[in-house]
Ligand binder design. Structure first.
Ligand code: PLP
Length: 319
């Protein structure tokens, strides 16, 4: 793992927390336009294409116990997205790594949710030509958050399948992590209407795709499966694939039908926001015995153990 390169924190300007409204902003530190700011001060222009057109890509890595988890994989995915959207970052990989480190260190968080964003920005002449826009890099570190709360992690999430179809990959490539969330948010409302706590939405072929901020896996007769098409290749999903290879569990990436997931022995969702999270009910069907299954538990334990493994983690430099 490459060590974090960072400026001495004492050389960085102090964050003015004076007028932070804690009711509206989580405690954290952002970086934009060359400055470190409190979360309440980190604001973008309404003319930024990132805001006007969702013309942006981003990535989210978490810090757990003072260490970034799989930072290189997140940076690789972010860089791929930026290149494929034909944007240019004003900082190189080493500088971005330092900025992310500094946001976490200045915030003081030992467990954090750390986002890096590149927006198309805006053009000094207000041109409609995206090639004339000056791309903008933003980063921030706020407290770690999870898709599932404590109770849901213990008893398993109750998920509803929405009829909403995920925007097709030929329109917006889900491998480029993006803020085109109207389908996912519609899915959430559909799920709430059906009594679910979160949603799974479909791909254009009617198979299970993913949910708002997570991938999904099923376990049947000891074998695992996760959708291959129309989904973000999540880093947590990748971690599950890597763990399965390490411990000899069989896992395939292939399409999953609704009937298949409802008839699974176990199901779980995966996200940087929460890790591996059990699902014990889908629509009106209990999954397996309706309790968190043994494969899910085993993978969850291994996943959190890996946060201490130097091959999978990078310590934050706090001083
Ligand atoms: N799918 C979507 C649409 C997401 O937005 C996310 C994360 O935000 C994921 C899957 C999970 O990806 P990761 O494990 O890299 O957090």
């Amino acid at each position: 793992m490459t060590p974090l390169v960072t400026q001495s924190l004492s050389e960085l300007p102090a964050i003015d927390e004076h007028h932070v409204d804690r009711r509206r902003y989580p405690h954290g530190v952002a970086f934009m336009d060359g400055q470190y700011l409190s979360m309440s001060e980190a604001k973008i222009s309404v003319l930024d294409w990132g805001f006007l057109h969702s013309d942006a890509t981003y990535d989210t890595v978490h810090v757990w116990n003072g260490k970034f988890f799989r930072l290189n994989l997140h940076l690789d995915r972010f860089w791929r997205g930026v290149e494929r959207l034909r944007m240019k970052l004003p900082y190189d990989r080493e500088q971005v790594t330092s900025i992310l480190n500094n946001c976490v260190a200045l915030s003081g968080h030992k467990s954090a949710y750390v986002e890096m964003i590149c927006t198309r920005g805006s053009s000094p002449t207000f041109s409609r030509d995206p090639r004339e826009a000056e791309n903008r890099f933003i980063a921030f570190a706020v407290p770690f958050g999870s898709v599932a709360n404590k109770e849901q992690l213990k008893r398993g999430l109750h998920v509803a399948i929405s009829e909403t179809v995920r925007i097709p990959p030929k329109s917006v490539d889900p491998a480029i992590k993006n803020y085109h969330w109207l389908d996912l948010v519609k899915g959430l409302y559909d799920a709430y209407d059906k009594g679910g706590e979160t949603a799974l939405i479909l791909d254009i072929n009617g198979h299970i795709a993913e949910g708002p901020g997570f991938n999904v896996f099923l376990v049947k007769d000891g074998d695992l499966k996760t959708p291959a098409f129309g989904v973000l290749p999540g880093i947590t999903r990748q971690s599950v694939l890597d763990l399965c290879a390490e411990i000899g569990l069989s896992v395939v990436t292939d399409h999953i039908t609704r009937a298949e997931i409802k008839g699974a022995d176990e199901a779980f969702i995966t996200s940087t926001a929460g890790g591996i999270m059990p699902v014990t009910r889908i629509d009106d069907a209990a999954i397996g015995k309706g309790q968190v299954g043994s494969v899910t538990r085993r993978l969850t334990d291994l996943y959190w153990q890996k946060h201490e493994d130097p091959a999978w983690s990078t310590p934050v430099v706090y001083a």
